[in-house]
Write a protein that binds this ligand. Structure first.
Ligand code: UFG
Length: 336
C-alpha cells in the first residue's frame, strides 16, 4: 500500500516524502514541475536511499491520474499540488481556479472511482481571512481576499462536502501557517521561481548576494515594533505533522481540520535580527509601504493538533534561520 503525494516534488511535498519514508510508509510522487525541479528526486534518493516511484504530469489529466491508480495500490493521497502565488492569482484568476479547483475535483473523481477515500489536504492560514483575531482556532469563519485564498476556501468546502455526502471518506484539512527552513542535510529546500514573494526566501537571497536589500512592507502596524507578525514553522516540523495527520486520517471517517503552526508570532524585524545573529550575515533593508492584503498579526492556536494528533512543533527560530541559510548557501541557485 502506498501514499500518493500530488505536488510531491515541491517544497512541502518533498520534506513530507522524507518524513513519511522515515516513518515506514511507501510513497509515490506525482508532479508536473510547474514550480519544482526533477533534481528534487535525486536529492530525495540521496536522503532516503530509495528510488521513489514518480509520475510526471498534471492532476488536470484524468487519464494520466487514472493510470497511476490502476498501476499502484494506493491507500491515501496527500494533496499538495496547487498554485500558490497571491499576486499572480490576482492577475490570472482563471489559471488559479482551473488548476487548483478543477485539479482537485479531477483528483477526487479518480479517487472515488478507485475507492480510495482517504485524503490529507494542504490548506493555509490564508482561509482565516483578514478579520479574525489571532490566536486563530479551527472553528473560526473562513474567507479570502484574493483568488489564491478563494481556491483554498473552496477546496476545503469541496472536501468537507464530499465527506458529508459519503461516510466512507476521511478528509483531513491541514492549515499551514508560514513554513520556512529546510531539511538539515541542506539537500532540499524552498526554491521559488524568480524573485521570491515570501519573506525568508527573500532574506536568504539577499544574504547570498542575489538580491540587493530586503524591502520591509510597513513599520506602522499595531505590533511590538510596527512590522508584521507571523507564525513561522520549520518545514520538518510541518512535514512530521503530515505523518501524524495521515495516521489519524487512516483510522477515521468524516472531516477534521488542524492548524499546523507553533502558536507563537515573530515580527519581520525579529526575524531579520535572528537570521543575522544565527548566521553572522548582514541583511540590509529598507522600509516600504504596506503590501496590499497583508494583515498585522497572524498566528495559530495549535492546541487541537497537539491534543488530537499528538503533534507539536519542536524546532526553534534559530533552527529555522540556520537551516534556511544552509540550504540557500549550499544551493545559491536552488536546484539549477
Ligand atoms: N514581508 C516583507 N518583505 C518581503 C516579504 C514579506 O516585509 O519581501 C513581510 C510581509 O509583509 C509579512 C511577512 O513578511 O508581514 C510574511 O510575509 P510572507 O509573504 O512570507 O507570508 P504571508 O504571511 O504573507 O503569506 C504566507 C503564504 C501564503 C499564505 C499565508 C497564510 O505565503 O501563501 O502565509 O497566512 F496564504
Amino acid at each position: 500500500m502506498s501514499i500518493l503525494l500530488t505536488g510531491g516534488a515541491g517544497y512541502i511535498g518533498s520534506h513530507t516524502a522524507v518524513e513519511l519514508i522515515t516513518a515506514g510508509f511507501e510513497v509515490i510522487i506525482v508532479d508536473d514541475f510547474s514550480n519544482s525541479s526533477p533534481e528534487v528526486l535525486n536529492r530525495l534518493k540521496t536522503i532516503t536511499g530509495q528510488n521513489i516511484p514518480f509520475y510526471e504530469g498534471t492532476i488536470l489529466d484524468k487519464t494520466f491520474l487514472n493510470n497511476i491508480f490502476y498501476e499502484n495500490d494506493i491507500e491515501a493521497v496527500i494533496h499538495f499540488a496547487a498554485f500558490k502565488a497571491v499576486g499572480e492569482s490576482v492577475e490570472q484568476p482563471l489559471k488559479y481556479y482551473k488548476n487548483n479547483i478543477t485539479g482537485t475535483i479531477t483528483l477526487l473523481e479518480v479517487m472515488n472511482a478507485h475507492k480510495v477515500k482517504n485524503i490529507v489536504f494542504s490548506s493555509s492560514a490564508t482561509v482565516y481571512g483578514i478579520n479574525n483575531i489571532s490566536p486563530l482556532t479551527e472553528e473560526l469563519p473562513t474567507s479570502a481576499t484574493n483568488p489564491y485564498g478563494y481556491t483554498k476556501v473552496m477546496m476545503e468546502q469541496i472536501l468537507i462536502d464530499v465527506a458529508k455526502a459519503d461516510p466512507e471518506w476521511s478528509v483531513t484539512l491541514l492549515r499551514y501557517f508560514n513554513p520556512i527552513g529546510a531539511h538539515e542535510s541542506g539537500l532540499i529546500g524552498e526554491a521559488p521561481n524568480g524573485v521570491p514573494n515570501n519573506l525568508v526566501p527573500y532574506i536568504t537571497q539577499v544574504a547570498v548576494g542575489k538580491l540587493k536589500e530586503l524591502s520591509i512592507f510597513g513599520d506602522d502596524y499595531n505590533t511590538l515594533d510596527g512590522t508584521g507578525v507571523r507564525d513561522y514553522i520549520h518545514i520538518v516540523d510541518l512535514a512530521k505533522g503530515h505523518v501524524l495527520a495521515l495516521k489519524q486520517n487512516l483510522g477515521a471517517q468524516g472531516s477534521d481540520i488542524f492548524n499546523l503552526g507553533t502558536g507563537k508570532g515573530y515580527s519581520v524585524l525579529e526575524l531579520v535580527k535572528a537570521f543575522e545573529a544565527e548566521n553572522h550575515v548582514a541583511i540590509p533593508y529598507v522600509i516600504k509601504p504596506r503590501r496590499a492584503g497583508d494583515i498585522a498579526t497572524c498566528y495559530a492556536d495549535a492546541s487541537k493538533a497537539n491534543k488530537k494528533l499528538g503533534w507539536k512543533a519542536q524546532k526553534t527560530l534559530q533552527d529555522m534561520m540556520r537551516d534556511s541559510w544552509r540550504w540557500q548557501s549550499q544551493n545559491p541557485n536552488g536546484y539549477q
